[in-house]
Design a protein around this ligand. Structure first.
Ligand SMILES: [Zn+2]
Length: 144
């Protein structure tokens, strides 16, 4: 359990997570500001001075501040849209997978499964070649 925890910290996951949380907090503050300081005044202007924040509905004795709810929904939609765009652009840059799923047979040069120990095309034994090949690939992944 401790060994797993040590690996978890050393892999930099904790640092990545911390950076993510800090960035997320700062980002939320920016989006909140955009909604409250830029979007809301425009909407207020368009709706002839009706301030969204002050929008309340009285039902019986209860006061429903649905202006705040609309605010939160708009904030949520903007954050979702930005996150979607970030994720989309990240997928464009990074290949879907770093792990190769095929390798080249050293004897007949055909493309075969990465875990194959015998070539399906020329029936050559590939045991030794497979290990050496896998090693070079794991080194490539670390460089990334
Ligand atoms: Zn072959």
């Amino acid at each position: 359990m401790w060994k797993e925890f040590k690996n978890f910290i050393q892999k930099g996951n904790v640092l990545d997570m911390a950076v993510g949380i800090i960035m997320g907090t700062a980002f939320t503050a920016i989006v909140n500001s955009v909604v409250e300081d830029l979007l809301m005044p425009i909407i207020t202007g368009l709706t002839a001075g009706v301030d969204f924040q002050d929008l309340v509905v009285n039902v019986g004795g209860a006061t429903l501040k649905f202006g705040n709810l609309i605010n939160a929904i708009i904030t949520f939609l903007i954050i979702s849209l930005v996150l979607f765009l970030i994720l989309k652009s990240m997928h464009k840059i990074e290949p879907v997978s770093d792990e190769p799923t095929t390798k080249e047979c050293p004897y007949c040069k055909s493309e075969i499964s990465i875990s194959a120990t015998r070539c399906p095309n020329c029936t050559s034994e590939l045991e030794g070649y497979h290990n050496e090949h896998a090693h070079t690939h794991s080194e490539n992944v670390v460089v990334k």
